[in-house]
Ligand binder design. Structure first.
Ligand code: NI
Length: 223
C-alpha cells in the first residue's frame, strides 16, 4: 500500500512538472531563424519549337524564416511560415544549348505555408516534438535570364505560381516559460512551369518539380 501511494505521488509530481512548461490551449509562439530551401528538383526539357534536349536545375538558398503559431488545444496548433524572399539560381541541367554558360537565370519566390501541427506532449517537458501537415502557396517573381542569355535572345521568363501539400517534423526545446529553440524539417510540393521567348518564338518548360526540403533552426518566444 505504501509503495502504491508513493508511486501515485511520484506520478502526480511528474504530471505537475510536465504541465508547468508544456504547451496549453491559447499559447502563441513566435520563432525567428534561418531557413534553407534545398530543391530536390526534376524538370522536363526546354522546348522552343524543338526539344532542346536539356532541362533546368534549381540551386539552394538560405533566408530569414519566421513562424507564428497558435494553440487551439493543448496539443494542436496552426502555424504560418513566412520568410524573406528566396532567390534561386536556375541552371541548365546538363550542357548549355546556346553556348551562354551554365547559368540560365535567377528566380525569386515567397513560400507562405500554413500547417496544422500535433504535439506529443512528452513526459520530458523540455523536449516537445511535433508533426504537421498543411498547404503551401509559392509566389514566383523577379524571374530573369542572365545577361548572356538575354544577349542570345532569351526574354520574358515567367514561372507559374504553385499550390501544394506541405509536411513537417520538428521539435521545440523549452528553456524557460518564455524562451525556446526549434529545429524543423519540411517537405513542400512545389511544381511549376516556365514560359519565355527566344528571338520571337515562344518557348516553355512544361514541368519543373522543385519539391524542396526546407531545414530551419530558430529561437522562439512564447506569449
Ligand atoms: Ni511535386
Amino acid at each position: 500500500m505504501k509503495n502504491i501511494s508513493f508511486t501515485l505521488l511520484t506520478l502526480a509530481s511528474l504530471t505537475a512538472s510536465q504541465y508547468a512548461t508544456a504547451y496549453e490551449k491559447g499559447d502563441v509562439l513566435l520563432r525567428a531563424g534561418l531557413a534553407a530551401v534545398i530543391p530536390n528538383e526534376s524538370s522536363s526539357n526546354i522546348v522552343v519549337g524543338n526539344d532542346l534536349g536539356v532541362g533546368v536545375s534549381v540551386d539552394n538558398n538560405v533566408q530569414l524564416g519566421l513562424t507564428f503559431a497558435y494553440f487551439f488545444t493543448d496539443r494542436i496548433n496552426i502555424e504560418v511560415l513566412a520568410a524573406t524572399p528566396f532567390k534561386h539560381q536556375i541552371d541548365f541541367s546538363t550542357n548549355d544549348p546556346l553556348g551562354t554558360g551554365n547559368q540560365l537565370g535567377d528566380v525569386g519566390h515567397l513560400p507562405p505555408t500554413v500547417t496544422a501541427n500535433y504535439y506529443f506532449n512528452t513526459i520530458d517537458s523540455s523536449f516537445q516534438p511535433y508533426v504537421g501537415a498543411g498547404l503551401n502557396y509559392t509566389l514566383f517573381f523577379n524571374d530573369e535570364f542572365t545577361s548572356e542569355n538575354s544577349a542570345a535572345g532569351l526574354k520574358d521568363l515567367s514561372l507559374k505560381n504553385s499550390f501544394g501539400f506541405a509536411a513537417q517534423i520538428g521539435a521545440d526545446y523549452i528553456i524557460d516559460d518564455t524562451w525556446f529553440v526549434n529545429a524543423a524539417v519540411r517537405w513542400i510540393d512545389i511544381d511549376t512551369s516556365a514560359d519565355f521567348n527566344l528571338n520571337g518564338a515562344a518557348g516553355y518548360v512544361q514541368s519543373i518539380e522543385i519539391d524542396p526540403w526546407v531545414y530551419s533552426v530558430s529561437i522562439g518566444y512564447r506569449f
